[in-house]
Design a protein around this ligand. Structure first.
Ligand SMILES: NC(=O)c1ccc[n+]([C@@H]2O[C@H](COP(=O)([O-])OP(=O)(O)OC[C@H]3O[C@@H](n4cnc5c(N)ncnc54)[C@H](OP(=O)(O)O)[C@@H]3O)[C@@H](O)[C@H]2O)c1
Length: 290
């Protein structure tokens, strides 16, 4: 049986759906207040718990062969990204789990000091690598589904808010392709003990996104570009009243200020290991735009 954490998240939900389509047995780790009816309807074993609770983690792992960690950090990277994953790895080892797939992030190894999620991901990666548990570490770039609400707003208004340098490059990954890669890692020998950068097949500049929307919805874009120093100023001002909120924005600041893309060699490596052709951002958005 698979255990999927973050099963109600944008990636985890897709992973559970995919595994159930293949009639795999799956336990979905969910919180009580989350929306998980679709997972239950598809035959997933629903485990209600909290990843901040070690006993819940231990209980969720009973009888599990493969672990897939896709949960997010929320506002507490230390508790959720760091401690919960370390506990999942420890318990996986104690319970002889065969394989652990950890969804990290592209750039986890770059030492961004201002980004607690990135720092926690890197520590967890190292811990998993030294744990003796079989693993696959996936380092995805930004997910394409993040853009769906922005695309809908663009469709209705033509408006696009661009924060930071429009020439910054990224290779946004189709969340559906990533779900397939995540679901396939446990049984893919070529993915064993690998750390893989996972991005879409093309490198785009941030300023290309409203152009893609414009092609899909056939309307002129109205782009408002907020330069990074303005964002920093607002963040600093917020910090004067609420230092926690300022710190929480560190990961977003890191995402806005840096480039996250994969080389063509990295794309080819992932396509070869998983036997798929990665879709572009435009293909993903067109599928969802109906
Ligand atoms: N989104 C991106 O662009 C991106 C890029 C690179 C890497 N990643 C990584 O990829 C993974 C998946 O991202 P995502 O965007 O799919 O995440 P997401 O949509 O934000 O989902 C987060 C999931 O974690 C669950 N969760 C949060 N706190 C929990 C707790 N205390 N106990 C149990 N479950 C808890 C949430 O449950 P609720 O539904 O109850 O809130 C939800 O299912 C994450 O590890 C993320 O860091 C994301």
């Amino acid at each position: 049986m698979f255990l999927v954490t973050g099963a109600t998240g944008s990636l985890g939900r897709r992973v559970v759906h995919l595994l159930r389509e293949r009639e795999e047995s799956v336990r979905a780790f969910v919180r009580l207040n989350a929306r998980y009816g679709d997972l239950a309807d598809r035959g997933a074993d629903i485990f209600v718990g909290d990843l901040e609770n070690e006993r819940d983690i231990a209980r969720s792992l009973r009888g599990i062969r493969y672990v897939i960690s896709t949960h997010g950090a929320g506002r507490d990277a230390t508790a959720l990204m760091y401690r919960a994953n370390i506990e999942l790895i420890e318990q996986s080892k104690a319970q002889d789990v065969e394989h652990f797939t950890f969804v990290s992030v592209l750039g986890a190894d770059r030492g961004y000091e201002d980004a607690p999620t990135f720092k926690a991901k890197r520590v967890v990666e190292s811990y998993l690598q030294g744990s003796g548990v079989n693993y696959t570490i996936l380092r995805p770039s930004g997910f394409a589904n993040n853009l769906l609400p922005l695309a809908e707003r663009f469709r209705d208004t033509g408006f696009y808010l661009l924060i930071g340098d429009p020439e910054n490059r990224s290779s946004i990954i189709s969340t559906d392709d990533l779900a397939r890669i995540t679901a396939d890692s446990a049984r893919n020998e070529a993915a064993r003990q690998q750390v893989l950068a996972v991005g879409g097949p093309e490198i785009i500049q941030r300023g290309d996104i409203p152009k893609i929307f414009s092609r899909i919805y056939q309307r002129e874009p109205f782009v408002v570009n907020i330069p990074l120093p303005l964002f920093d100023g607002a963040r600093g001002l917020l910090g004067a009243f609420n230092p926690d909120a300022e710190r929480d924005l560190g990961t977003l600041r890191t995402l806005l200020a840096n480039e996250f893309f994969c080389t063509s060699e990295q794309v080819a490596q992932v396509e070869a290991i998983y036997g798929l052709k990665l879709e572009s951002l435009e293909q993903f958005l067109r599928r969802y735009s109906g």
